[in-house]
Design a protein around this ligand. Structure first.
Ligand code: ASP
Ligand code: MG
Length: 470
C-alpha cells in the first residue's frame, strides 16, 4: 500500500482491558495506517492476564489443586478474551485463534500439577501465553475495522533471547535477519507482534522481565531501523508528579534517556528499565503518548536534552519502603565492614536499594515486605561475637521521594530547595542519596508526610515563582 514512515507502536495491557479501550486503540491504529504509516504494533497481554497466569501456575503446584483448576482458568481466560473483542472482531476467527493457545495453557498447568514442579523455563513459557492470546485478537480487531493485519509471534519474528529466564535480554544483531524478513510485508498490512519474550538458542521462551513489552518494542524498532517508536499508554506521557498525589502535575514535554530510566527506577512503571538501551545512538524518535491523543506531543524521549541544562524534570515517589540505619563506630575504617553487613543481608534474600554510608552509619532502604527478615538478620549480626555492628534503627513506614532531572545531583541549589522545602513542611528526612549520572536526588521521608512533601516540592519546583536551577 504505502512507503510511509515506519513506526513501531507499543500497546500496553492497560489498553487491553475493556472493549471500549481496545476499540479506541484500533481506531487510532487504523487512522495512522490510512495516513500511510507502515506499522508494527507490539502488544502486551490483556490487562491482568500475566498476573493471573503467574498465580495459577503457582496454584497448580499444589497436588490437591486437581484438573478443575486448569479447566476453570482456561474457560475464564476464553471468556475474558472473547468479551474484550465482542463486536470488534469476527467471533469464529477469534475463537479459532484462542483455542490453540488455551489448550497450550491447560497442558502446561496439568504438567505442573502432575510433576509438582514449576521450573523457570516452564514459568516463562506459561507467562508468554498472555501475549500469544492478545496479539491475534488485536490483529482480528484491526482487520474488522478495515485495515489488513496479521499477528506475528516473537518466534516468527526471530527475536533471539539471551541470558537468564524471567529477565533475559534480546540480541538485536542476531534478531535483525528475522525482523528484516517481515519488512516487505509492512507495505501491505499492519503486523501485530507478541511482546514480552524471545526464544533462546535452545528454542526456549525467555521473558524480558515484567513490563518487557516496552523492551520488545524498542528491540523491534532498532532491528527494523524504524523512523519512530511510540509507547502508547493510558496516560498522556510522563507527568511532573503522580497526578493522584499532586493535582497540579503537568505533562513533561521532553525527557532524556537517563531521566526516563531514573523515573522507572522509582517504580514509575511507565517504561521498562532496559527499554532505551537498544536505541542508543539511533536516529529514531521515541515518545510516550496517550491512546486518546496519539497525534499529540506526549513526552519525547531524547538521548540528550537541549543544551544539557540543569533542570528538574519530575518528582517521583515510591511507597512501601523501610529505611535501615546501621550503627558501627569507625565503619569506614574497618575494611570489609560495610561489605559484611550487606553480604549478611543479601544472604538472607533481602534486596537492598539506595545505600548511603558515613563514618559511623550505613543507611539503606529495603521493601516493606523484607522488614521482618531485615530486623532478624541485623539483630543476629549485632549479637554475634566481635560484632560488626553496634545496633540499628529501622523506620518501617517510609517512602522514597526523588527529584529527577539532568544535573540535579550536582546542583547545590536544587538540594537546598528540596531540604529547605521539606524542613519548612516539618518533614523529617531519613536518608538522602544522589542517583547515578547526576539525574537523581532522592530522600526517604515518613510515609504519612509524603503527600505534603510532594505537593510542597511540586510547588517549589514547578509552580508559581518556581526555583528552576541555572
Ligand atoms: N504482559 C507482561 C507483563 O505484564 C509484559 C508487559 O506488559 O509489558 O509484565
Ligand atoms: Mg502486562
Amino acid at each position: 500500500m504505502s512507503r510511509g514512515q515506519l513506526t513501531v507502536i507499543k500497546v500496553g495491557g492497560a489498553l487491553l482491558g475493556r472493549p471500549e479501550d481496545l476499540s479506541a486503540v484500533v481506531a487510532a491504529l487504523v487512522a495512522r495506517r490510512r495516513r500511510g504509516d507502515r506499522l508494527v504494533v507490539v502488544v502486551s497481554a490483556a490487562k491482568g492476564v500475566t498476573d493471573d497466569l503467574q498465580r495459577t501456575g503457582q496454584q497448580a503446584l499444589d497436588p490437591r489443586s486437581g484438573g478443575e483448576l486448569a479447566r476453570a482458568f482456561v474457560a475464564d481466560l476464553r471468556q475474558r478474551h472473547e468479551a474484550l473483542v465482542a463486536g470488534l472482531a469476527d467471533a469464529d476467527d477469534v475463537s479459532f485463534a484462542l483455542t490453540r493457545h488455551l489448550d497450550g495453557i491447560e497442558r502446561l498447568l496439568t504438567g505442573i500439577r502432575l510433576t509438582g514442579e514449576l521450573t523457570d523455563r516452564t514459568h516463562d513459557l506459561l507467562l508468554a501465553h498472555g501475549e500469544r492470546l492478545s496479539a491475534p485478537l488485536v490483529a482480528a480487531a484491526i482487520r474488522a475495522a478495515g485495515a489488513d493485519a496479521r499477528a506475528v509471534s516473537s518466534e516468527e519474528a526471530g527475536l533471539v533471547a539471551v541470558g537468564p529466564y524471567r529477565v533475559g535480554a534480546c540480541d538485536v544483531a542476531a534478531s535483525r535477519p528475522g525482523l528484516s524478513r517481515l519488512d516487505h510485508e509492512l507495505h501491505d498490512r499492519v503486523l501485530v507482534l507478541t511482546g514480552f519474550y524471545g526464544t533462546n538458542a535452545d528454542g526456549d521462551v525467555v521473558l524480558f522481565g515484567r513490563g518487557g513489552t516496552d523492551y520488545s518494542a524498542s528491540v523491534v524498532a532498532a532491528g527494523l531501523g524504524a523512523d519512530g517508536l511510540e509507547l502508547w499508554k493510558a496516560v498522556d506521557g510522563f507527568m511532573s508528579a503522580d497526578p493522584r498525589w499532586v493535582p497540579g502535575a503537568r505533562r513533561v514535554p521532553e525527557l532524556s534517556f537517563e531521566e526516563a530510566c531514573e523515573l522507572g527506577y522509582y517504580g514509575a512503571r511507565i517504561l521498562h528499565p532496559r527499554c532505551l538501551l537498544p536505541l542508543r545512538g539511533l536516529p529514531l524518535s521515541v515518545s510516550v503518548r496517550s491512546v486518546e491523543n496519539p497525534d499529540g506531543p506526549g513526552t519525547r524521549i531524547v538521548e540528550q536534552v537541549a543544551n544539557g541544562r540543569h533542570r528538574v524534570a519530575a518528582l517521583v515517589h515510591r511507597e512501601g519502603v523501610a529505611v535501615v540505619r546501621v550503627r558501627a563506630m569507625g565503619m569506614v575504617n574497618r575494611p570489609g565492614a560495610v561489605a559484611g553487613v550487606l553480604a549478611a543481608v543479601g544472604a538472607a534474600g533481602i534486596d537492598v536499594d539506595t545505600i548511603v554510608s558515613s563514618m559511623t552509619t550505613l543507611s539503606f532502604t529495603v521493601v516493606e515486605g523484607d522488614v521482618v527478615a531485615t530486623r532478624r538478620t541485623l539483630r543476629l549480626l549485632a549479637e554475634e561475637e566481635g560484632a560488626l555492628i553496634e545496633g540499628f534503627d529501622l523506620f518501617a513506614d517510609s517512602a522514597l521521594l526523588g527529584v529527577v532531572g539532568e544535573g540535579v545531583a550536582q546542583d547545590a541549589g536544587i538540594a537546598a530547595t528540596m531540604l529547605e522545602g521539606l524542613a519548612r513542611l516539618g518533614v523529617d528526612v531519613e536518608l538522602i542519596s544522589h542517583g547515578p549520572e547526576d539525574v537523581g536526588l532522592s530522600c526517604a521521608v515518613p510515609r504519612r508526610k509524603l503527600r505534603d512533601a510532594l505537593e510542597g516540592l511540586h510547588r517549589a519546583f514547578f509552580e508559581v515563582g518556581a526555583a528552576q536551577p541555572s
